[in-house]
Design a protein. Structure first.
Length: 193
């Protein structure tokens, strides 16, 4: 069973219709993101990982257009590398805040003039433990976007990994011990939201 949690936020209004679609692996986020992106008034960028590059302090990857997730974003939305790289350089030079950089990067994908633009980000257990969700709030410094969290029951997640034949990250061997540890961590993360 999959459920969607959308937390209303009364502390600050959403600006520019920015949203994040969040979930753990194998929770249905990719399918929902593709459905949302087909709507004429919504752009949902498929896992650009810009936020994770900021979280893990891998800012040099913001300029690596051969990086898989960034390459997919640029190709799918027909964004010339130089336009994106100009934006990333402005951020790295301190001319843009994290909030403006992320918003403008997602707006580059907005070829259909949608009023609601956001990104799907997978919040795996490692990212969760590194404070990924609080970091998203920090990136937007008081202009808090909307968050949609897609949650799937642990049995479905484990069954999905069994079908894949490996356990992320890094395609680890599927063993009972690995899956038990993952299931325990997953449930702790979900319960803490």
């Amino acid at each position: 069973m999959t459920s969607i949690r959308s937390r209303p936020n009364h502390s600050a209004p959403a600006r520019d219709g920015l949203f994040y679609l969040l979930g753990f692996q194998r929770s249905g986020t990719t399918l929902l993101a593709s459905w949302l992106d087909r709507h004429p008034d919504i752009v949902c960028v498929e896992e650009p990982e810009l936020c994770k590059d900021l979280l893990y302090r891998r800012k040099e990857l913001l300029l690596d257009t051969s990086q898989d997730s960034l390459r997919k974003m640029l190709d799918y939305y027909h964004i010339p590398d130089e336009i994106y790289l100009t934006l990333a350089r402005r951020y790295l030079e301190g001319k843009l805040t994290q909030d403006r950089f992320l918003r403008q990067a997602y707006q580059l994908c907005n070829r259909k003039s949608a009023t609601c633009v956001g990104a799907k980000e997978v919040c795996d257990v490692s990212a969760f433990k590194h404070g990924f969700l609080p970091s998203l709030f920090d990136y937007h410094q008081g202009t808090i976007p909307k968050f949609i969290f897609l949650e799937r029951d642990i049995q479905g997640v484990v069954a999905s990994f069994n079908k894949l034949g490996f356990y992320p990250p890094n395609k680890r061997l599927l063993t009972r011990k690995n899956l038990r540890r993952f299931a325990s961590d997953y449930v702790k993360c979900i319960n803490s939201l």
